[in-house]
Design a protein around this ligand. Structure first.
Ligand code: DX5
Ligand code: ZN
Length: 226
């Protein structure tokens, strides 16, 4: 079984203290950082662009997991990779030629991920599961942090895990949205390896302790994974 990773989502962080917060997490053994990119079209919110990724790249060695919630991922994915993204995920719903986009991300030198919204069935990914290096299951509707976890996402993770096993594939399974200490175990037991968490880490009095606790809860769940 591959290692469980907790990916803090900077969307919920204090942007005026980003470098400092990231360094603390890195010291605590955090290895991957989730960066949400929103364009105000694909989702009704705006966040960060390539300059922020470029600045952060100079401040940390953490792996950057860039989640593109934008209408034109083909234009912007290479720009984010150039800025320092190690892996880039694109929404199935935003890609007219998903196979081509995933190949393009890989050829630009990053890991290629594909994301599905809560209303998008796992079956829509059947033809690209051998191309994608990770699959992100949204457990909230994308656009905002701090929303409530949608329990059906756990079934979608289980469906993906089944396909992965049956077909002998390697992609990692990631979950994003509404993750807390209460639901992370269900996600892990269903097959999640990468857990994104925003509010439950940064909107606490001690983000570092919250990160450690979430990692602990997630690791404990692997002991009873079926
Ligand atoms: C939502 C973003 C998430 C968000 C998660 O569209 O993709 O990454 O930051 O935040 P929480 O953990 O607060 O739901
Ligand atoms: Zn995200």
């Amino acid at each position: 079984m591959s290692q469980i990773e907790i990916l803090p989502s900077i969307l919920a962080a204090d942007f005026s203290r980003l470098g400092e917060q990231i360094r603390l997490l890195e010291d605590a053994g955090c290895r991957m950082l989730h960066i949400d990119v929103m364009d105000g079209h694909f989702v009704p919110n705006l966040t960060v662009g390539p300059p922020l990724v470029e600045s952060l790249r100079k401040a940390t060695k953490l792996r950057f997991d860039v989640h593109l919630m934008i209408e034109d991922p083909d234009t912007y994915a290479p720009i984010f990779i150039q800025a320092g993204a190690d892996q880039v995920s694109v929404h199935q719903e935003a890609c007219r030629h998903l196979d081509r986009t995933l190949h393009m991300i890989r050829s630009e030198g990053a890991k290629a991920g594909v994301v599905i919204n809560p209303a998008t069935p796992v079956s829509t990914l059947d033809e690209v599961l051998d191309i994608a290096e990770y699959v992100l299951v949204m457990s909230v509707n994308p656009g905002f942090g701090g929303q409530e976890f949608i329990p059906n996402s756990v079934h979608k993770v289980a469906q993906l895990a089944r396909r992965k096993k049956e077909r002998g594939l390697q992609f990692a399974i990631e979950i994003d949205g509404g993750i807390t200490n209460e639901n992370v175990g269900d996600a892990i037991r269903a097959g999640v390896e990468w857990v994104v968490a925003g509010s439950s880490i940064f909107h606490t009095v001690n983000p570092l302790a919250a990160f450690r606790q979430l990692r602990e809860t997630a690791r404990e769940a692997t002991l009873v994974r079926v």
